[in-house]
Design a protein around this ligand. Sequence first.
Ligand code: NAD
Length: 479
Amino acid sequence: MKEFKQYINGKFVKSTSSDTTEVLNPCTEEVLSLIPQGSVADANAALEAAKAAQHSWKSLTANERAIYLHKMADVIRENRVFLAETLAKEQAKVIGLAQVEIDVTADYFDYNAGWARRIEGEIIQSDRSKEHIFLHKAPIGVAVGICPWNFPFFVAARKIAPSLVTGNTCVIKPSCIAPNTIMEFIGLIEKVNLPAGVLNVVCGTGPVVGNALTTSPITGIISLTGSVFAGQKVMEAASKNLTKVSLELGGKAPAIVCADANLELAVNAVVSSRIIYSGQVCNCAERVYVEDSIYDEFMAMATKKMKEIKVEDAFATNNPDMSSMVSKAQLDKVTEMVEYAKKEGAEVVVGGNRSSKFDKGYFYEPTLLTNVTQKMQIIQEEVFGPVLPVMKFGTLDEAIALANDSEYGLTSSIFSENFNKVMHACDQLEYGETYVNREHFEAIQGFHAGWKKSGLGGADGKHGMEEYLQTKVIYAQYR
Ligand code: NAD
């Protein structure tokens, strides 16, 4: 069993706290590793190291910084199978999907490195003669990235790559549930010779290490991916020093399926959206609204598809669709929400229980629910499990109103072959992303940003990279 240390100022060091957390394989409940349950002192040491390294890091040219990012991408590719296995083991992601996460993460480093020569300012006309107004983009300083367990490697890269290429240094706090892949990666990038302090990783809980990182005056920007609750805590903490926050939070994504949709495509996209990584993906369809006239057909097709879903160990060789939930807490949450939905009158069409097929692990059955209403908890709150509640609608405007009746605003989708209906829905849906006739899954060159309680700011693409920059204006008067 591995025991990881904190990574501070270019070295693996012991935490000042002797407390540790066990990281489990969710499929087998076997202990995989021990990570430090870090201290405030660890967090402060990481921030001090990042602060000390930032001046010389920002003094490199952006292209010199980008070379380090390309090398990190190379290291990921050289170790892609090992990293995917580590990821699959610690969070029960089926190995094929784990491999996709690793490969996309390598691309993410390369993609962000590509911005190095494209970070641009502006020259603005002055009202004075013999004066130029230069608008520069400057790094903010020290970026803190706080990560969830569901895409623990990709989300860490989503914070590391744009912060480093723009001249910030970085402190990452992984989730205590799935920290192994990022810790192994840090060990592997030693040969990249990143200057000490540029990238630091401290493990620990949100209330201790997370709170220390977000209340420190050293921190220039906090990028959190996690629950709305953690987002609220981070905003409160950030208010102490008026620190900039970028928040990627929960969702309750609606999918609207119109009568003129390609039904096979819609069913496949919606079901696979709900099943991928056992439903533990922030942007994937959490509730479906289906037009009256095709409801029965949709349910028949969705029932067949849900019954065909293969649930297995993450390493099973028969190409499973999903595996265990990440933890007992997550299994309990899904179980409780489905039981409550049943009490409120929901009808279980497929699944609806903890899986009895496995002696160990936290497996839940792919679940299809009908007879649900808009006010039910299962339609209003994020489940984060393989549970799909389906409702009927009459008109498209009714469907849009139901879809918008949510405190979340991360992603949404519409399935229709009618261009006018699609464009109307795209204009009216109050979501940071709308997918048309396809599954919910974003691209690294897009902009992943939740509206309402789903977040503030965003990640990916040019606009995600710019989150890590601040603006300086120089008024240059000459004689
Ligand atoms: P979580 O909120 O429990 O934890 C996320 C991170 O925040 C962890 O590292 C945790 O230790 C830290 N944290 C918790 N309290 C904190 C505090 N007071 N101060 C500082 N840090 C604190 O979330 P999770 O269970 O790891 O992840 C699942 C959630 O993340 C879901 O709600 C999901 O929708 C969301 N998510 C959103 C996106 C997105 O892009 N919008 C992506 C992935 C996951």
